[in-house]
Design a protein. Sequence first.
Length: 191
Amino acid sequence: MTRKPRTDAERNRTHLVAVARDAFAADGLDLPVREIARRAGVAVATVYRHFPSRQDLLSAVLAEQARRCGAEMRAALADPDPRRALRGTIIRFAEGQTRNRGLNEALLGAHPAGAAFAEQRRAHAEAFARLVDRARDGGAVRGGVSVEDTRIALMAIASFRALPAEKATPAIRRLTDLLLAGVLNEEPAGA
């Protein structure tokens, strides 16, 4: 017989995932559990009570991040303005390259922790392709720009995450502006 977790236990778990998410995003996936416990203001034993291994904690963080990305893609696909939806998705992706540096290593790179999320990555890529196709059908994408071209643009943005944050942030913003200008048609006057 299973029982529902106590409210405070669930709150602690949620807090630990949030702290770990921010810690891994900022400082990488090799951050020790004791440092995450310190940042969360709890004992290391509390972390291990909720997550028996470091991998369990990392998996919970990555699963939350994958769910968040999925929700953002669903919201973009539901947006009735295909230009705004595609533009917003590219901007959110670019912002995430700075904000979620360590998590992206797992979700977008070759880190073994990301292997469990291959299906979600595939679903996100398919949703992104639908966004591009929809924007093209709506006349928002420049002629000759393909889904593959827009994926190359995302890879170019992602390549800057290897730079130190103080250099990456302005470079990513500038590159995103340039890529959006290359991918999207001018907005109609009065839009």
